[in-house]
Design a binder for this molecule. Structure first.
Ligand code: SF4
Length: 245
């Protein structure tokens, strides 16, 4: 099938492209991601995708980059602090742009790499991709690629690809930073709780160590005294022998 594959970045493209090539599809990647901010991050992800695609002789088309469109699309959900609705609106914008391009340029099907990430709303991606593809007269080619996420991570690390640690929009950058802080605080709290729970054992182990050290020092001292006495006795015996001679 002549497939237009919406892609969010290089690392997320690795496994879906491998699977779709194995299935015999004729793939063109479409990079339509007005959600990504700031612009130099958008460009960095695109360049990473391009350098990998060029090595594999894969066709890539850069879509529309209009951050204002994204702001308008997600406005209501952002005001309502509703992440799920925000992501739905974000998927919708990108898939609608991709589907329109696909329909105008003779593609038969529309797919996406977004569903490789376990951090996305997989069901909503499926719904929005299907809706956008069908409205444009294309076949939706949705697949849940999450089982291949670990392999995608391994391969992209091995290839030295740039790997971002937030989804893409300005809000997700702040959310990811807050989540990292929360995880860090939770780890510190767990460590402190463990130390409090095992305080008596830790103290007993410390005291046992000190006792072993003191015991060892007393033993060494005793051995030194013994050696000194033996030395004295040997010297006295030597003196006695030379007096008799
Ligand atoms: S978190 Fe990701 S999917 Fe959701 S709105 Fe932001 S960029 Fe789009």
């Amino acid at each position: 099938m002549k497939l237009l594959l919406h892609a969010c970045c290089g690392p997320c493209s690795l496994e879906p492209v491998r699977k779709l090539q194995e299935a015999g599809h004729d793939i063109t990647i479409y990079y339509a991601n007005s959600n990504i901010a700031p612009a130099d991050e958008y460009r960095r992800r695109y360049d990473t995708l391009m350098s990998w695609a060029n090595e594999g002789h894969l066709a890539v088309i850069e879509g529309i980059y209009r951050p204002d469109d994204w702001e308008a699309a997600v406005h209501d959900a952002v005001c309502a602090h509703n992440r799920e609705d925000r992501c739905r609106a974000c998927y919708r914008l990108r898939f609608e742009q991709s589907a329109a391009f696909g329909a105008e340029n003779g593609f038969e099907a529309l797919g996406t790499t977004l569903s490789v990430s376990p951090y996305q709303y997989t069901d909503i991606i499926g719904e929005e991709l299907t809706r956008a593809a069908q409205a444009a007269g294309l076949t939706p080619l949705f697949e849940d690629y999450r089982p291949f996420y670990d392999e995608a991570t391994r391969r992209s690390r091995e290839m030295g690809m740039y790997r971002q640690n937030w989804c893409g929009c300005r809000i997700s950058a702040a959310e990811a930073a807050a989540e990292r802080e929360e995880r860090k605080a939770a780890r510190a709290q767990a460590k402190a709780a463990w130390a409090a729970e095992h305080a008596a054992e830790i103290e007993a182990a410390k005291q046992a160590k000190q006792a072993r050290k003191a015991e060892r020092a007393a033993y060494d001292k005793k051995q030194q005294r013994k050696k000194a006495v033996l030395k004295q006795m040997r010297e006295a015996a030597k003196t006695h022998q030379s007096d008799q001679a």
